[in-house]
Design a protein around this ligand. Structure first.
Ligand SMILES: Nc1nc2c(c(=O)[nH]1)N[C@H]1C(S)=C(S)[C@@H](COP(=O)(O)O)O[C@H]1N2
Ligand SMILES: [Mo]
Length: 204
């Protein structure tokens, strides 16, 4: 905690502006690039075959086609993102549908959620971290359709947690009564992943 990152005080890349004091979580550096971090190959998912499903703990499902999803109310959040590999990026703008909208008609007593993806990636988080304007299924980045390597056609964006929670090529969300660790969480990443508390790995 509170460790100074090399580059934090250097000029240019990696240097936080004075106005951004307090905006960079501990142990992070600022980048203007958009690194790609994928655990496997980029799946080729066409919008004609794309669907998004929310399943509750009793197995009830709601599914949207691409057209139905695009007809839902769209939001335009601008957020800072933080990767556990220590890069942060300020002021990224996304377009997509709030999880509040997608969960509106879902009856559930679940406290947890698992996001699952084309390619098999999963990540878990408390359901309350998806609600109240904290998470989106985004299809555009900086007003352009989301590039396949960044999760296009659509990805989860949960900016207040480390970016591994922002599942790319997301297919759906499964609501669960018990916490079910996902791909990285099973491999030793922290179960929750709060960048402000440096919850990087379960052994730290
Ligand atoms: N489906 C899927 N989603 C994923 C990943 C992945 O490997 N597969 N990597 C995660 C990790 S570790 C990070 S840091 C971010 C990286 O997103 P980016 O490649 O758009 O920067 O995606 C997250 N979502
Ligand atoms: Mo990551």
């Amino acid at each position: 905690m509170g460790r100074l990152t090399p580059g934090f005080h250097r000029r240019g890349e990696g240097r936080a502006e004075d106005a951004d004091e307090g905006r960079l979580p501990p142990g992070q550096y600022l980048t203007h690039d958009f690194p790609v971090l994928s655990a496997g190959p980029t799946p080729d998912v066409g919008t004609d075959e794309w669907t998004f499903t929310v399943q509750n703990e009793t197995g009830d499902e709601l599914t949207w086609t691409w057209q139905e999803f695009m007809n839902l109310p769209q939001e335009h959040p601008t957020v800072d993102i933080h990767c556990v590999t220590r890069w942060s990026k300020f002021g990224t703008t996304w377009t997509g549908v709030s999880l509040d909208t997608l969960l509106e008609d879902v009856e559930t007593a679940a406290d947890y959620a698992v996001a699952y993806c084309h390619g098999g990636y999963t990540t878990n988080l408390p359901l309350e971290d998806l609600t109240d304007g904290k998470a989106w299924i985004a299809h555009s980045f900086e007003d352009e359709p989301l590039a396949p390597e960044h999760g296009g056609p659509a990805r989860l964006v949960v900016p207040h947690l480390y970016f591994w929670k922002s599942a790319k090529w997301v297919r759906g969300i499964r609501l669960t009564l018990q916490d079910e660790p996902g791909f990285w969480e099973t491999a030793g990443y922290h179960d929750y992943g709060d960048p402000w508390r440096e919850q990087r790995y379960s052994w730290s």
